[in-house]
Design a protein around this ligand. Structure first.
Ligand code: NAP
Length: 287
């Protein structure tokens, strides 16, 4: 039987509709809509698309968004000043600085400048550290979205063997922490891993976040596994593909996320959810 398609686009749509209603309620309490500021430095084409999608999603969910485009030659001090101004604004609940930043800017310093209570990407050290002990103010959007997809699909995580391929700070590492918190036994693989297939073939839940088209083949997947493909890769033809050879994997896995339409839309939905959470905290009603 071919694998079930884990439709992140449909689930994200449902979540966004709920957020749209909640946002109206929060707006009544605060006397203004929830607000997200998105800072984009430079003209990286992929970042421009991501930012445009985030801003559009806010509009559809009754969240006020403000796009702050800055030229590629913006100096770090200027960017830090913009962040400081956004930290001080009462009408902005969440701040997102789109990564990657141009090389002359230290992205760690910029992320650390964001007020933790507005850090809706969940990348600030205090939120990353708090995630480790299970008490983050915000969970990073991509792994948070994966957890929601798995929950929606009814995937058993308690006692499951979970393997995360990729160990970045924004996807792989927080993903592993969240799976572990849900009771899975987690292995994190990176570019130095010896015999990657030996790990992936043990996985009941396999999450791939490497950034290489069709990196994982069907023979590296355990029959019946749930496969989450985080990768977004644009082929020279213009086609978007994930890190997993989805067509071949369909005959081995029990469930798999498509690319596009899997993890990507969930990432945006979780950004809206984190922004709502930040706004709701200001109403005094428990978030
Ligand atoms: P990244 O920062 O480049 O990290 C890639 C990770 O893959 C690193 O940990 C690297 O290992 C590991 N890796 C590289 N080659 C490997 C190999 N041969 N075997 C095992 N591991 C290997 O990438 P990222 O930011 O995590 O993003 C990964 C992918 O997810 C990209 O395609 C990105 O576009 C996509 N993405 C999608 C969403 C979404 O919303 N769907 C969000 C974020 C990212 P080392 O640590 O050893 O270098």
């Amino acid at each position: 039987m071919p694998a079930q398609r884990l439709d992140g686009a449909a689930l994200a749509q449902t979540i966004r509709a709920q957020i749209a209603t909640e946002a109206l309620d929060v707006a009544k309490r605060l006397g203004r809509p929830p607000g997200l500021a998105v800072v984009l430095v430079g003209e990286n084409p992929a970042s421009q698309v991501y930012v445009r999608n985030k801003v559009k999603a806010c509009g559809q969910s009754n969240i006020h968004s403000e796009l702050i485009p800055l030229p590629a030659n913006t100096q770090e001090a200027e960017l830090l000043a913009v962040v400081a101004e956004l930290n001080a604004r009462a009408d902005i609940d969440g701040i997102l600085v789109q990564l990657p930043l141009p090389e002359h800017i230290d992205s760690h310093r910029v992320i650390e400048a964001i007020a933790p209570e507005k850090d809706v990407d969940g990348f600030h050290l205090s939120n990353a550290g708090a995630l480790m002990v299970g008490r983050p103010l915000f969970q990073p959007c991509t792994p948070f979205g994966v957890m929601r997809l798995l929950e929606h699909a009814g995937t058993t995580l308690r006692g499951a063997e979970a393997v995360v391929v990729g160990a970045s700070n924004i996807v792989g590492k927080p993903m592993a922490l969240m799976l572990q918190a849900a009771g899975a036994t987690v292995t994190i693989c990176n570019s130095k891993t010896r015999d990657l297939s030996a790990h992936t073939r043990r996985a009941d839940v396999l999450v791939v976040a490497v950034g290489r088209p069709h990196f994982i083949q069907a023979d590296q997947i355990k029959p019946g596994a749930v496969v989450i493909d985080v990768g977004i890769n644009r082929l020279p033809s213009g086609e978007l593909v994930g890190d997993v050879d989805t067509t071949a994997a369909m005959s081995v896995a029990s469930a798999i996320t498509p690319v596009p339409g899997g993890v990507g839309p969930m990432t945006i939905a979780m950004l809206l959810e984190n922004t709502m959470t930040a706004a709701r905290r200001k109403t005094g009603v428990p978030a």
